[in-house]
Design a protein around this ligand. Structure first.
Ligand SMILES: [Ca+2]
Ligand SMILES: [Ca+2]
Length: 75
């Protein structure tokens, strides 16, 4: 019984992580209007909160956000 509960908890964790990741992907894809896998400053202007955090998020200062850099974006 305990194993069953553990298995269910694990499954739940995996599902929530997947849902979370897909929501993030949708957001990234929505903002990345030219679909080059990066969010430019121009694309970031679609979202006020993102624009404000843009320079903080851009770890390597190349003036575009990679998907990895975008993952640190807090709404
Ligand atoms: Ca882009
Ligand atoms: Ca960058």
């Amino acid at each position: 019984m305990r194993q069953l509960i553990a298995a269910f908890s694990l499954m739940f964790l995996i599902i929530s992580a997947t849902v979370l990741a897909s929501q993030l992907n949708v957001k990234f894809a929505q903002l990345d209007t030219n679909a080059d896998g990066q969010i430019s400053l121009l694309e970031a202007k679609q979202n006020d909160a993102l624009l404000k955090q843009f320079t903080d998020l851009d770890d390597n200062n190349d003036e575009v956000l990679s998907e990895q850099e975008f993952a640190n974006f807090k709404i």
